[in-house]
Design a protein around this ligand. Structure first.
Ligand code: 3HC
Length: 317
């Protein structure tokens, strides 16, 4: 709840004037508590999504069909780790510590993109994830590159450049399998059938039910609504999927001449909330993997802390 201090009222007025002028808000600037809370919420969950998002594709690095695919997938998964670091750093500028954020993730309290709680059943999933999931992420992140909070918008510029490679390598795989053997065509169509709807969920709740969208738009954290981005994504992807002779798993999908939009069917928000609340196909596996990785890395954290103590005591340079 915002304080009623008159000074704050003046500061809020100046803050909103800065947003209206398109200025970037920086870590040391005055900002409403709710602005800070929203950014910590969004950026920390984004960082968790990047780190958990390494797991579905990471499972296939040792099973890539050839060295080239292995190298590309390895590079992509490593990129996601780096994106997580940028974003954790951006969140730290708002006053939350890395330890707090990781504790929330490892305890199961923190959200991350629900899409990563689905299994990668065949190699084609890696192509479809690159094309659809990273494609949806780019759509969202390109918008976030204009966010009013400086550290977040700058992190997005760097991340979007790398996501472009992720999407292209995924699309190359999908094109190859769509033009491949009947077995490859069936494998890539099956992957699209399983990843299409979870990719649409990545854009968040519908505008009329999102509890966050209004304030995010008012203060320039977002410059486009969840539904606007989702519709742009559908309009771009459907013709490309059709051009490959593949289908979209939506019997209600139809082109609306008047608006130029591809009207899509109802998203299963019950499924969405089931997955977000921890009951998805892979939630337990994903959290277990993150907890194990955190445990396995404890010795590195301890060594760095010991060195920092010795350095502070002047015992080492
Ligand atoms: N998965 C999990 N939780 C979701 C979600 C999703 N796909 N969509 C919404 N939610 C959650 C929200 O976090 C919110 O919960 P909270 O208030 O407890 O945080 C609740 O559902 C209501 O949703 P809203 O639509 O009101 O939330 P937002 O307006 O914040 O929209 C969002 C959700 C689109 C994810 C937005 O937070 C956002 O743009 N975040 C930054 C981008 C991001 O996190 N992207 C993750 C993509 S994965 C990725 O980039 C990895 C890449 O390599 C593919």
């Amino acid at each position: 709840m915002e304080s009623r201090n008159p000074t704050d009222a003046t500061q809020l007025q100046e803050f909103e004037a800065r947003i209206a002028r398109g200025e970037k808000i920086e870590p040391g600037d005055w900002m409403p508590d709710e602005y800070r809370r929203q950014l910590i919420r969004m950026i920390s969950q984004h960082a968790h999504s990047e780190v958990v998002g390494m797991l579905p594709e990471g499972a296939w690095i040792t099973r890539a069909p050839n060295l080239r695919r292995k190298l590309v997938l390895l590079a992509k998964v490593q990129d996601e780790a780096g994106h997580g670091q940028y974003l954790y750093h951006a969140a730290e500028t708002l006053g939350i510590s890395r330890e707090e954020m990781l504790a929330l993730l490892l305890s199961g309290k923190a959200k991350y993109a629900s899409v990563f709680n689905y299994p990668t059943l065949t190699w084609a999933d890696n192509g479809v994830i690159g094309w659809l999931v990273d494609g949806a992420a780019i759509k969202n992140q390109t918008m976030l590159a204009h966010a009013s909070y400086g550290p977040y918008s700058r992190a997005m510029v760097r991340i979007c450049a790398e996501e472009g490679f992720h999407m292209k390598q995924g699309k190359e795989m999908v094109i190859m399998y769509a033009q491949g053997t009947p077995g490859q065509q069936a494998m890539v169509q099956d992957a699209i059938n399983r990843w299409w709807w979870p990719a649409l969920m990545m854009f968040g709740l519908p505008d009329d039910t999102s509890p966050n969208s209004e304030v995010l738009m008012r203060w320039g954290i977002k410059t486009k609504s969840n539904d606007t981005l989702r519709q742009e994504f559908v309009n771009e992807m459907v013709p490309e999927i059709h051009a490959l002779g593949l289908t979209v798993p939506d019997p209600d999908l139809r082109y609306d001449e008047a608006s130029g939009n591809w009207r899509y069917g109802a998203i299963d928000w019950d499924e969405f909330w089931q997955v977000v609340r921890g009951n998805g196909p892979c939630n337990a596996e994903r959290l277990a993997a993150r907890r194990q990785a955190h445990e396995d890395g404890a010795w590195v954290r301890e060594a760095v802390a010991a060195y920092a103590d010795k350095r502070a005591a002047g015992l080492v340079v």
